[in-house]
Design a protein around this ligand. Structure first.
Ligand code: NAP
Length: 321
């Protein structure tokens, strides 16, 4: 069922604007931390190899870290780096008091196993939230560092629906460790009824049509069609897919949801690009701020400009102290 004649399409969830507001707030909190406690958060980003997409992500992270008033430490290692050398660098960063957050950009070259690398990061500096201590705490309801993209999804949902999500049915399509599973865990913590769907799920369109909140993270353009959406649902499209434009031959980015169709039925929907992506980096800054405060035994400073900012409650909840 489409929106009735004359009714507007879905609200466009402005990830870019919310991300800008979040980054500005983090910058104000970082300034308070520096002035009152002489602490400046530091984020170390490690890139192994020269994957062009990873280089762009790392550049954006560096720029935004510096703009927020934090220290950025960047380590570019050659494609041929051994697992041992990377583990050695992580050990040094774990011991470096200027570094409060460590992020190893994925994917890694094939000679390096991801699991030992993620496990080597001090859980309190694990600003990606991928260490098993943090994933375990997330599922146990403990004080976890929450992975950035899932946190971004929850903040975007709460931005349009408010923070009382209790009893809503959330369907999460895609079950990766870095997106689908932690998103499901966060929505469960928010008292949603959560269904996790994956490649073997039967009659996925029918299941999706029962979702008040639909989060899609599969990595395949156009997986979710307009007639999969429950009227009024909140749709969060995590996917980032490069597709060729048939007329110009140029590449463009699209999500996993057929946006033009879905926006006719959804109540609110994230665009791609400009939705989850920018919020993910803003959440990385939030995690770095939280990590710095935690390591110095300090509370996360309130926002001097807007104590009741719409993102304040969530951030405070997610920045484990
Ligand atoms: P992933 O590790 O490949 O996981 C994808 C998941 O979707 C898997 O559980 C997979 O199941 C499932 N799946 C694949 N096709 C499906 C289908 N047709 N129906 C139902 N389930 C299906 O990917 P990811 O790392 O979670 O990333 C997902 C997407 O999000 C990618 O496009 C990625 O680029 C994007 N992403 C965006 C951000 C951001 O900041 N915006 C951050 C991270 C990821 P199987 O394993 O059984 O195949």
């Amino acid at each position: 069922m489409n929106h009735p004649e004359g009714m507007p399409n879905a609200t466009y969830i402005e990830g870019k604007a919310l991300a800008a507001a979040t980054r500005a707030r983090v910058a104000r909190q970082v300034a308070v931390l520096a002035t009152e406690y002489s602490v400046t958060p530091g984020l170390a980003v490690v890139l192994v190899g020269a994957d062009p997409a990873s280089q762009v992500y790392v550049r954006n992270k560096r720029r935004q870290t510096i703009q927020a008033g934090m220290y950025s430490f960047e380590y570019n290692m050659p494609e041929t780096t051994s697992e041992e050398s990377l583990l050695q660098l992580i050990e040094e960063l774990n011991a470096d008091p200027r570094v409060h957050g460590i992020l190893v950009q994925l994917p890694l070259p094939p000679q390096i196993r991801v699991a030992p690398v993620l496990s080597a990061i001090d859980p309190s500096k694990d600003v990606d939230g991928f260490h098993e201590v943090n994933t375990g705490r997330l599922w146990n309801g403990g004080n976890a560092v929450v992975p950035c993209t899932p946190m971004a999804c929850q903040m975007l949902i709460e931005h349009v629906r408010g923070d009382d999500l209790a009893g809503l049915h959330a369907v999460v399509i895609g079950c990766s460790n870095i997106v689908g599973k932690p998103v499901a865990s966060l929505l469960l913590r928010a008292e949603c009824t959560v269904t996790m769907a994956h490649i073997k799920t039967r009659d996925l369109p029918a299941l999706a049509r029962t979702a008040d909140i639909l989060v899609v993270a599969v990595g395949r353009a156009g997986t979710v069609r307009g007639d999969w959406i429950k009227p009024g649902a909140t749709v969060i499209d995590v996917g980032i897919n490069r597709v060729e434009c048939s007329s110009s031959g140029k590449q463009r980015l699209v999500g996993d949801v057929a946006f033009a169709e879905a926006r006719k039925t959804a109540g609110a929907i994230t665009p791609v690009p400009g939705g989850v992506g920018p919020m993910t980096i803003a959440c990385l800054l939030l995690n770095t701020l939280g990590a710095a405060c935690r390591q110095h035994g300090l509370p996360v400073p309130g926002d001097p400009a807007a104590a009741d900012s719409p993102t304040n409650g969530n951030a405070a909840r997610h920045c484990a102290t």
